[in-house]
Design a protein around this ligand. Structure first.
Ligand code: SAM
Length: 242
C-alpha cells in the first residue's frame, strides 16, 4: 500500500487498480494551474463508494488531464445513518451548516422550509459543492447528498416510521430533555429550526409523532448554525461513530 497523497479530489468516476480517470476542466485547472502538479505527481481520489485511491498524473493539460489509479489507500467508510434536516438561514451560515454536517458525518442533508423559514429557495448545486469540498479536506471517503429545499410538512407526511427524529426544540431550553431519552435504533435524523424557531403548530405536530423525541441543547438559546453543530456532536459522541 502506498503512502497517502496530500491533495484529495472527489471524482464521479469508478476507481480501481489500473483504472484511468479523466479530469474536468476545473479539476485540471486546480491540479495543474493552481497546485502546479506535473506528470508523475500523486493525488488521492475518492468517489463516495470505493474508498480512497492513490492515483498518478499520466496526462496534464490546461483544459484536461488523466489520472491512473495505483493502490487503494483507505477503505470506504460510511457514516452512521443520520440525516440533518435544517431550515436555511443567511447564505454564509447555511454554507457553514452544510460544510460542518459533511465534516461531522451526516449521511444526508435536507434543507427544509418551516413556518418561520425566511429562505424561499436555495442553490442546491452550490451547497452540494460545499459538501464535496468539506469531504475532500476532512479525509472522509463519503459525500452526503444535499437535497433541494422541501417543505417540512410534506417531508413529515411521508416520513419513514423506522427513522427516529431528534427534534431540537428551543422551547425546552434549560429543561432536562436529553438525547439519551431517545430509543435505540439504526436510522436517525436531527431537526434544527430557523432563526425564528418553530411555530406552535409545528411543535404540536412533531411532538405527536411516535418516532420523534424533543430535546434540549442546554441552558442557552443557540443560533441555528451553532445548534446544528452541537446536535451533531452530541449524537456522534453518544450514538454515532466517534
Ligand atoms: N428565535 C427562537 C427563540 O428565541 O426561541 C430561537 C431559534 S434558534 C436561533 C434556531 C434553532 O436552533 C431552534 O429552532 C432549535 O432547533 C435550535 N436550538 C437553539 N437553541 C436550542 C436549545 N437550547 N435547545 C434546543 N434547540 C435549540
Amino acid at each position: 500500500m502506498s503512502s497517502r497523497a496530500k491533495i484529495r479530489l472527489y471524482v464521479e468516476h469508478p476507481l480501481g487498480a489500473g483504472q484511468t480517470v479523466p479530469l474536468s476542466r476545473d479539476q485540471a485547472h486546480y491540479l495543474f494551474g493552481v497546485m502546479r502538479l506535473a506528470e508523475g505527481a500523486q493525488v488521492a481520489l475518492f468517489n463516495g463508494s470505493e474508498g480512497e485511491w492513490t492515483a498518478e498524473v499520466v496526462e496534464a493539460g490546461k483544459r484536461g488531464g488523466v489520472l491512473a489509479c495505483r493502490d487503494q489507500a483507505a477503505p470506504q467508510m460510511m457514516p452512521p445513518d443520520l440525516w440533518l434536516l435544517f431550515a436555511p438561514i443567511k447564505k454564509a451560515r447555511t454554507d457553514f451548516i452544510v460544510e460542518k454536517a459533511a465534516e461531522m458525518g451526516a449521511a444526508r442533508i435536507i434543507p427544509v422550509q418551516t413556518d418561520f423559514t425566511n429562505a424561499e429557495r436555495i442553490r442546491q448545486d452550490r451547497l452540494q459543492a460545499h459538501a464535496v469540498e468539506a469531504a475532500e479536506q476532512c479525509g472522509g471517503t463519503f459525500v452526503p447528498p444535499v437535497d433541494d429545499l422541501q417543505k417540512l410538512d410534506r417531508l413529515l407526511a411521508d416520513w419513514p416510521e423506522d427513522r427516529h427524529l431528534i427534534f431540537c426544540d428551543e422551547s425546552l431550553v434549560g429543561a432536562r430533555a436529553a438525547l439519551e431519552a431517545a430509543p435505540k435504533g439504526e436510522k436517525w435524523a436531527i431537526l434544527i429550526g430557523p432563526e425564528g424557531g418553530f411555530s406552535e403548530t409545528e411543535r404540536d405536530r412533531l411532538r405527536s409523532r411516535s418516532y420523534c423525541t424533543a430535546v434540549s441543547l442546554g441552558p442557552r438559546i443557540l443560533r441555528a448554525d451553532t445548534a446544528a453543530v452541537a446536535a451533531l456532536t452530541l449524537f456522534q459522541s453518544t450514538r454515532g461513530d466517534w
